[in-house]
Write a protein that binds this ligand. Structure first.
Ligand code: GLA
Length: 390
């Protein structure tokens, strides 16, 4: 949906009124999965798909919100302790509350929003929605919070109002994205660097399995809990060190823990999950080196290793995603893996230009033959982060 159509929808809903327009993108992630809440590195970039919202303060304490995509409408008071039930509005409600906690004097507003990030595809449609309102409401209600506060308000919304104990990657990428650039973020120190990403001779392409992933609830949170238990157990063994997350743990620590796991209540499953995270930490750094050398074959090799780890050790894949990964391998695609939290959604593929047509055609046909669903091919264009659209 473009700006004009969105403004027309707003006028139709709210008696011919107009408002300010804000946009915020979804994201891809080249490598570094389930590392963010472990204090590790991630390598995301914003995409051109995103959420756009028209917002207008209405001088009351009532929020009136309309989602075009879901054709759903809700009203609530800004001070309402419970908020709306429908998930799409809980994001808006949660962000407004989190902004208020950070000192922004949010009052009532009217809004209409729509997006083109496929829902449940692992491209962070929810972070796009959160960041769009964090940015827009801060601007409209004369807040002075920083971009990092917007990121944290979005993440806190997931934790407190949605039930997903996510890390920080998605909201970070949505707020800080820049066209043509990936970002390497150290999730422990929050330092980050923009990396120009223009792999000559290759394309990045997503294949959306259309298996809807749902991160709120136990499977994602369970994995996070395993990682935290392992870090806490290592801390118990090493009172002389400070172990906040798995980032502070070494391969030797894991070996030691294997021998003492029973006493510390650590399961084999916890250890398997921690093994993936430590491996992923190494892989992000290997990819950075490879990018600096322009060695995309190595980048791709690491992507396949990430897929293997996510599937076998972290157990966040599904049959359909493994199938797409196998097809990529068969076609000679340079790198391929599950992207995002897992349990469905997209694979991200680094494909040589000359293989692009053969691979995408084969992936669509083979998947359709097997699952009777047509997967969607999405060419990645790295776009800008949260912004006001003049
Ligand atoms: C989801 C979460 C992120 C991150 C990824 C996995 O997208 O929202 O914080 O943990 O999964 O890398």
């Amino acid at each position: 949906m473009n700006k004009q159509d969105l403004l027309a929808a707003f006028a139709a809903k709210f008696n011919g009124a107009t408002g300010s327009v804000y946009a915020s993108p979804g994201r891809i992630n080249l490598i570094g999965e389930h590392t963010d809440y472990n204090g590790g590195f991630v390598f995301p970039g914003a995409v051109k798909q995103g959420i756009m919202a028209v917002i207008r303060p209405n001088d009351t304490d009532t929020v009136r919100a309309y989602s075009i995509d879901l054709n759903d409408y809700a009203e609530w008071q800004v001070s309402d302790p419970k908020g709306p039930d429908a998930t799409c509005f809980r994001f808006v409600y949660g962000v407004a509350r989190e902004l208020m906690e950070r000192g922004v004097e949010v009052r009532g507003f009217d809004t209409v929003f729509a997006g083109d990030v496929p829902l449940g595809a692992g491209m962070s449609s929810s972070a796009a929605l959160e960041s769009c309102f964090a940015y827009g409401l801060n601007d409209l209600f004369h807040g002075t919070i920083s971009k990092w506060d917007m990121v944290l308000a979005g993440q806190a919304t997931e934790h407190k109002y949605i039930g997903c104990n996510c890390g920080i990657m998605d909201q970070f990428a949505s707020v800080f994205g820049k066209a043509g650039k990936l970002m390497r973020l150290d999730c422990r120190s929050r330092e980050f660097e923009y990396f120009p990403f223009d792999p000559k001779g290759y394309k990045l392409v997503l294949v959306n399995s259309c298996v809807k992933h749902e991160l709120a609830g136990s499977p994602y949170n369970d994995r996070r809990r395993s990682c935290e238990s392992v870090a806490a157990a290592v801390q118990k063994l090493h009172a002389d060190r400070r172990i906040d997350t798995l980032r502070d743990c070494s391969w030797e620590d894991l070996e030691e823990l294997k021998a003492k796991k029973a006493d510390l209540n650590i399961t084999d499953e916890d250890l398997k999950r921690a093994t993936f995270v430590l491996g992923e930490k190494d892989r992000v750094l290997a990819v950075c080196d490879a990018l600096n050398r322009g060695d995309y074959e190595e980048v791709g090799r690491q992507m396949y290793l990430t897929h293997e780890g996510l599937s076998r050790d972290y157990e966040v894949s599904c049959e359909e995603l493994d199938f797409l990964n196998d097809i990529a391998k068969e076609c000679g695609v340079t790198g391929s893996r599950i992207m995002g939290g897992g349990f469905g959604g997209c694979t991200i593929n680094l494909v040589k230009d000359e293989l692009y047509n053969a691979f995408t055609t084969r992936a669509v046909e083979a998947f359709r033959d097997k699952y009777n669903v047509t997967p969607i091919i999405i060419d990645v264009v790295i776009g800008d982060g949260s912004r006001k659209i003049d």
